[in-house]
Write a protein that binds this ligand. Sequence first.
Ligand code: SF4
Length: 424
Amino acid sequence: MKELDFMDPPRSAYLHIPFCHRRCFYCDFAVVPLGDKASATNGPGSESIKSYLKLLHREILLAKGGTPLSTIYIGGGTPSLLTPIQIKSLIILLRQHFGLQCGAEITLEVDPASFNENDLEGFIEAGINRISLGGQSFDDEFLKKLGRRHTRDHLVQSCKWLNDFHENGFLSTWSLDLIQNLPGQSILSWKDQLNQAIDSFAPHLSIYDLTIEPGTVFALKEKKGELSIPNEDIAAEISYMTSYMLKDVGLSRYEISNFALPGHASRHNRVYWSGRGWWGFGLGATSSPWGKRIKRPRKRADYQKWIEIQENKDIYQSINSDQFKFRDLDELLIVGLRRREGVSLDELYTSCDWDKNKFENNLNALKLCWKESIDRGLLKFCGRRIYLSDPEGMEISNHILVQMMIWWNSLQDVVDEPILEELQ
Ligand code: SF4
C-alpha cells in the first residue's frame, strides 16, 4: 500500500496581504497600490485595508480547522503596511481555527521604509518569529530603476534592526531578498551587492533573477528597447558568483534561489517544494490542500464574490476526496528539483498511480530525455535521488525541466503503453 503524505490535512498557511504603496516596475503580483502616504490606522487606504481583513477572516473560517499549523507565512504585497494589532488578530484567528504547533515558524514579509523599530517590536509581540525583508538592492540607482520606494539607507537601517532583534533572541531568524541580473548590472557591481548582503549578516538570502512579466512597466520598456538586461554569459557568471561567494561564507544553497546558514532554511517554503499541501488565503492566493490547486481571483470585487460563493458550497469538502489520491509527477519534479536534495524516486513512485514495472519503464524513458544533461553532469542520479548540480545544473534548470515536460506530455498521449519500448 502506497503511503501518501500529501493526503494529510495541510499544516501550513499562506496569507496574502495585497496592499503596497505603489506598484514596482517589474511586479505583476496581485497588489492594490494605496499611494505613498497610505497608513493602516486612519490614513489613506485604511478603510480598504480594514474591509479586506474582514474578507480574509471570512475566508479563513471556510477551511476545515482542527489540524495545528507548523508554519504561517504572511506575504504580499507589503504586509508591513498593516499594524501589529491587525497582524496579531490574523495570528489569533489562525490559532483559534487550526491550532498552532509549539515552535511554529511564523513569517512576515516587510519592506524597508514601511515599518520602524516600534512596528517591528509590535510584530514580534504579535507572534512573528521570522522576517523576510524585501531589500532587492543596496544601490539607490537600481532601486530607482526598479520603481522601489525605499533607499539604500532604509535598507541598511532595516538590516540593523533585524540583526539586533535576532541577536537578542527576539527573532528566530530573518531573510533578505535581492534581485540579480538587473538592467545595466555588471559582474563587478553585483559582486559589490553580494558583499553588502554578506555584511548585513542576514542568516538567509533569497536571490531571484529579474524576470520581465507581461503587462509591467519593464515589459513596455523592453519592447521599446530601453532595458539592457545582462546577456546570457554575464547572467551565468553572475549566478555562479552568487553561489560561490555565498558558499564561502557558509550560506549554502538549499534551493535554486535560497541560501542559508545551517538551521536557517525556511520551513514554510520547503512545504511548497516538497509537494505537501498548504492552505492559501487572500486575493490572488493559491492553495493546495490535498494536492488540488485552487486559485483565487486577483481583483478585489471578484474575490469578494468568490468568497460568497464558497460560503454556500463548501469547496474544501468537495476536494477532500479520493479523486486526488495521486499527483502529477511533472509538478512534483518541477518543484522538487528546485531543492538541493532534489527528488526521491521512491517519493515519486508513491505519488503516482503506476505499478512498479510501469514506473521503472517510464523512469528509463525520462532518463533518455535527460541523457545529454546527465552526461554533462548537470543532472545527477545518486542512489534513489535525482538532483541538479550547483551551480551549473541549477543555472539551466529551465532547459532540464523542458526536457522533462516533453517526456511527461508523451506519457499523456500513450499513457497505457510501455514508453521505453516505444523510444527504443
Ligand atoms: S513592494 Fe513587492 S509586491 Fe509591492 S509592488 Fe513592489 S514588488 Fe510588488
